[in-house]
Write a protein that binds this ligand. Structure first.
Ligand code: FAD
Ligand code: SIN
Length: 539
């Protein structure tokens, strides 16, 4: 297959980019690959909303910038923060014109919510299912573009560079170039090569590396692992954000249900097992302190009382208001016997968001030529050491737009990309000789369990040097075993995902080991204080 533009991922970043490119270039072809159904994405599960300065009387760009910088704990790129905050509002207006509906108050103004770390009410939302609404609008819009083809159930295995043409490629090779991808088509079970002039990675997060996560099963860090294998730059992987309040359901495996921070924004209070509202002991902003502080406080309370959850108390909240803003949470809790206006909700932190990822510049360019990255898989410099709530949908749209603008320049100036033409003729087919069908799935499922356990136990909210060392030793063994399996087994999504997740685990631990301080989401009791010295860690 050959295409002008190739997009990997059908969440907010991939779809926003695809729509813009396809509208601007009606004579060019754009392919979107997605590994399961087109709407199964982190985007679909976003609850709280999208941050943006809307009420210019009370709020300002400067305040949103300041809040983002404070949450990022000294590691944000100030230029990126300014770009996202200022351009973000235009992107929100755009998706509204495409049909997204955000809740309004009685006066017809947008009903703005507030979440941890925000000094003002500035979160636009669609009830408590904002991401689902945005995904709906984007999927509808791309259906109207005849030059976009969405191919579901296609698992991208690797990006194609000079390495596949027989050249030695290392981290110091200048001008590593992306020619396309190898993709496992699950309709045919064949690996196909697909070449493209421009490729965008929009592969989302990696929460599945942990045992408890708010992320769906697709969030396995594939994009980051692919770029790392291709010798591209990855940064800030130690900053994994744990959401303070996922519904605690010990019997549930897989994705944990989120109780949005907006519930605390509307008056929900965290209490320990003795019923005490404990956040005032940890931060003057109490329940609305940034996420790293709240998650650590909950972790500490759980350790003190020897329990696996704390309580979120919504009992004094206005029933009508709660049902209007959070109908999905109300119904979900009721389905497991919790009436949130009468009973407290058991909650515990869960892995939620990867602040680091594929290093990109202000035009969403990666360190590999003709390869862009946007959305959660990218590290743009916006989040620094800790993401401010509801800034990621915004970031995804801003950098999808910027990737689109720069892609237009590439496509205008490379009508005749010689290296591409040459590569198309010379890229070898996928070699499957010497591999056989997997005999035992247990080798994959057991390694996955081990990985998730070790990451949760040793590389969670609180870390120590010893725990990181242990994690690395175990990861080394898992890496050795998976590489062995990968060389001898016919590839499957399960095998590739596990391989990618082990790589991502390694990148998280390695970056954590390099950071000899505690900052933002990375808290190591062997270095409890911040240091002036440690900047972004690039691997
Ligand atoms: P995703 O939406 O995750 O899409 C990833 C896509 O990549 C999928 O289509 C997947 O199939 C595809 N893909 C991945 N690997 C491969 C592969 N190997 N081959 C082919 N396809 C592949 N952020 C906010 O700003 N506000 C919120 O209120 C908010 N709430 C959240 C609530 C929850 C429960 C979660 C999990 C996240 C929340 N976030 C929120 C974060 C935000 O939703 C995500 O960061 C954002 O949606 C990521 O969008 P994306 O386009 O980068 O990736
Ligand atoms: C939430 O709704 O609490 C999640 C918001 C986010 O992750 O940005």
């Amino acid at each position: 297959m050959q295409t002008d533009f190739l997009v990997i991922g059908s969440g907010i970043a991939g779809l926003t980019y695809a729509l813009k490119v396809a509208r601007d270039c009606p004579d060019k072809k754009l392919l979107i690959f997605t590994k399961t159904t087109s709407d199964e994405t982190n985007t679909k599960y976003a609850q709280g909303g999208i941050a943006g300065v809307w009420d210019h009387e009370k709020d300002s760009f400067d305040k949103h910038i300041e809040d983002t910088l404070i949450a990022g704990d000294g590691l944000c790129n100030e230029k990126t923060v300014e770009i996202v905050v200022k351009e973000g509002v235009e992107r929100i207006k755009e998706i509204i014109t495409w049909g997204a509906e955000f809740d309004k108050d009685q006066d017809g103004d947008y009903a703005l919510g507030r979440e941890g770390g925000h000094s003002e009410f500035r979160i636009l939302h669609h009830k408590d299912v904002t991401g689902k609404e945005m995904e709906r609008v984007l999927l509808e819009a791309i259906k109207t573009q005849p030059n976009i083809e969405v191919i579901t159930h296609c698992f991208v295995v690797d990006i194609i560079t000079q390495h596949h043409l027989g050249y030695l490629v290392t981290k110091s090779t200048p001008d590593i170039e992306c020619f396309g991808v190898y993709v496992l088509n699950l309709h045919t079970n064949k690996i196909e090569k697909v070449t493209a002039t421009v490729t965008l990675l929009a592969t989302g997060g990696n929460g599945q590396v942990y045992r408890t996560t708010t992320n769906p099963v697709i969030a396995t860090g594939d994009g980051v692992a692919m770029v790392y294998r291709a010798k591209g730059r990855i940064e800030n992987m130690e900053f994994i954000q744990f959401h303070p309040t996922a519904l605690y359901e010990p019997a549930v495996k897989g994705q944990a249900f989120l109780i949005t921070e907006a519930v605390r924004g509307d008056g929900g209070i965290l209490r320990n097992l003795e019923g005490k509202a404990f956040m005032e002991e940890y931060d003057e902003r109490k329940d609305l302190a940034p996420r790293d502080i709240v998650a650590r406080a909950i972790d500490s309370e759980m350790k003190k009382t020897g329990t696996e959850h704390v309580w979120l108390d919504c009992r004094t909240m206005d029933k009508e208001k709660f049902l209007k803003h959070f109908p999905n949470i109300y119904e979900r809790c009721l389905s497991v016997g919790i009436d949130v206006l009468r009973d407290m909700i058991p909650v515990a932190p869960a892995a939620h968001y990867s602040c680091g990822g594929i290093k990109t510049d202000e035009w969403a360019r990666t360190s590999i030529r003709h390869l862009f990255a946007a959305g959660e898989c990218a590290s743009t410099g916006l989040h620094g050491a800790n993401r401010l709530a509801s800034n990621s949908l915004l970031e995804a749209m801003v950098f999808a737009h910027r990737a689109y603008l720069h892609s237009m320049e590439i496509i205008r100036n490379t009508s005749d990309r010689d290296s591409q033409k040459w590569a198309v003729q010379n890229i070898p087919d996928w070699r499957a000789e010497g591999t056989s069908a997997p005999k035992e799935m247990i080798l994959i499922t057991q390694s996955l369990k081990e990985l998730q356990l070790l990451m949760s136990d040793y590389v969670g909210i609180v870390r120590t040097n010893k725990r990181l060392e242990r994690a690395m030793r175990r990861l080394d063994l898992l890496h050795e075993e998976i590489e062995d399996l990968y060389k001898t087994t016919v590839v499957s999504p399960q095998l590739c995902q596990l391989r990618n997740m082990i790589t991502v685990g390694y990148l998280i631990v390695k970056s954590a080991q390099f950071r000899h301080e505690s900052r933002g989401l990375h808290y190591n009791t062997d270095y409890p204080a911040k240091s002036e010295l440690v900047q972004n860690i690039v691997l």
